[in-house]
Ligand binder design. Structure first.
Ligand code: RVP
Length: 503
């Protein structure tokens, strides 16, 4: 007979937190959101700790190098999407590892043979008025000059004027030599009253720009997630088909942690991939597994050697796996059961396995619920897709700004490896059916601004629960199920809302 689970499969929306004692020390300023991401032994510390409990989803529409840099600068970590060629994924990882605060790789570049019309088009596209002029028009080509808005007057200069006729040529420029520190670069900027200092190597190739406005940029990011060499940390998604080629390229690019990206992680393919990585790198390369939703799946991945386990099937905002295959489980129930298994395993072995809650987070308080239920960090797609830093297009639809957001199981992503069930079907031909949708999400602006509000809410909720750390929340949280009528009570009700209120 089939196994029946006794409890109903529930989502975060069906729970609320009950306040705990808030002491005078339990204030947001004292709250630490540090959290382990890889397994560790009792009494020791996790080899990688996040400064905020967020990772971004392994998705084309979410995690490229741009989002990875923004998130790591704010204390979290991105897993660069694996549904792309090995070399482009490795290149994204490399760009994050090479990122130096205050040193910007020029994203607006043309050759001296381009025209003012090209400069104006580029300015419109990138929003940047400083254009690097290189011999081949590439960001790191031989540097021959610079154009800023002070070099031309649209009303006076003809649009077909060649860049070489109005650019400030290299011979007249103050520049810094590759290898100088940010503070040395800033001294040159101040001494010469510059707005922007190009950094050039010994072959006169353009490396970076340092801008006056970024002078104390790094001081604004006290939470930065850095490795022991002070470079930003970054993760990457892998699949169970080409890991023998992909993993070495990612490791060589400097990746800090991997995660097997699969909609159903309870599989022999996944076990073999994790074992392969552990064997090949003597356990030194960190790798998470998933996704699972019960004890059996969790234990299977732990025994395979996973450094963390990712939980969630079918809860993602763009995910239609439950409708298409009838597979999945409410996110809250999944977390509760897997956490129980993790705690038992810890009791028995003294090894703590961090758990990542993946998908289905809608409200900020869902994040606190996920943590309170025992998750150590959470993976989000929709949340991050809304920001400037996500890789997708910003559009205006029906008078509102939106960003594109599509699932890895949608035809658009063509990520058949994530949904592959093995066998000799010709999966390379593409997926036979979709498990995700192509959608829009409301545009929300800069990652940092939104994150600051979210983190303030999380800290405030934790203080209400009487917890100033995630481990304390794990042990002290009090959680209740809510009835559907009490959900109505939770919103503004029985009042006539004014148009200006955002209720
Ligand atoms: P959400 O944050 O609710 O947008 O969910 C993101 C998660 O959804 C991802 O981390 C992944 O586990 C899952 N996903 C991604 N693509 C798809 C799909 O196409 N079905 N699902």
């Amino acid at each position: 007979m089939a196994h029946y689970f006794n409890e109903i499969s529930r989502t975060f929306n069906e729970y609320l937190l009950i306040p705990g004692l808030t002491t005078k020390d339990t204030n947001p300023g004292n709250v630490s959101l540090k959290t382990p991401i890889v397994k560790y032994n009792k009494g020791e510390k996790s080899a990688i700790e996040l400064n905020i409990p967020f990772v971004s989803a392994i998705m084309q529409s979410v995690s490229d190098d741009g989002l990875a840099i923004a998130l790591a600068r704010n204390g979290g970590l991105s897993f660069i999407y694996g549904s792309q060629a090995i070399d482009t994924q490795a290149e994204m990882v490399r760009r994050v590892k090479k990122f130096k605060a205050g040193f910007v790789v020029s994203d607006a570049n043309v050759t001296p043979e381009h025209t003012l019309a090209d400069i104006l088009a580029l300015k419109k596209k990138t929003g940047h008025s400083t254009v690097g002029i290189t011999e081949d028009g590439s960001p790191n080509g031989k540097f021959v000059g610079i154009v800023t808005s002070r070099d031309y007057r649209v009303s006076k200069t003809s649009l077909d004027t060649k860049v070489k006729e109005f650019m400030t040529p290299f011979s007249k420029m103050v520049y810094g030599k590759a290898g100088i520190t940010l503070s040395e670069a800033n001294d040159i900027i101040w001494d010469n009253k510059l707005n922007c200092l190009p950094i050039v190597d010994e072959d006169q190739k353009l490396q970076y720009f340092v801008f006056r406005k970024d002078y104390d940029d790094h001081k604004k990011n006290p939470n930065e997630l850095l490795d022991e060499n002070k470079t930003l940390m970054v993760g990457a998604g892998i699949n169970t088909r080409d890991h023998a080629e992909r993993v070495p390229a990612l490791v060589e690019a400097g990746v800090d942690i991997l995660c097997v990206d699969s909609s159903d992680g309870y599989s022999e393919y996944q076990r073999e991939a994790i074992e392969w990585v552990k064997r090949e790198y003597n356990g030194e390369v960190k790798i998470g597994g998933g996704n699972v939703v019960d004890k059996d799946g969790f234990m299977y991945l732990v025994e395979a050697g996973a450094d963390f386990v990712k939980v969630g099937v079918g809860g993602g905002s763009i995910c239609i796996t439950r409708e298409q295959k009838g597979i999945g489980r409410g996110q809250a129930t999944s977390i509760i059961e897997v956490v129980e298994a993790r705690n038992e395993y810890f009791e028995k072995t003294g090894i703590y396995i961090p758990i990542c809650s993946d998908g289905g987070i809608v409200q900020d308080y869902h994040m606190v619920l996920a943590l309170a239920m025992g998750a150590d960090f959470m993976m989000m797609g929709r949340y991050f897709a809304r920001f400037d830093e996500s890789p997708t297009k910003k559009l205006k639809v029906g008078g509102n700004f939106v960003k594109e957001y599509w699932g890895e199981g949608s035809a658009r992503a063509r990520n058949w490896q994530r949904y592959d069930m093995g066998g000799d079907e010709d999966s390379n031909d593409g997926m036979k059916f979709e498990e995700g949708v192509d959608s829009y999400v409301p545009y929300a602006g800069k990652l940092k601004d939104n994150l600051n509000v979210t983190l303030a809410k999380i800290k405030s909720t934790m203080c209400s629960c009487g917890a100033i750390s995630i481990p304390q929340l794990h042990t002290d949280a009090k959680i209740t199920l809510v009835s559907s009528t009490s959900i109505i009570e939770g919103g503004a009700h029985d009042v006539i809302l004014k148009e200006t209120s955002n209720g």
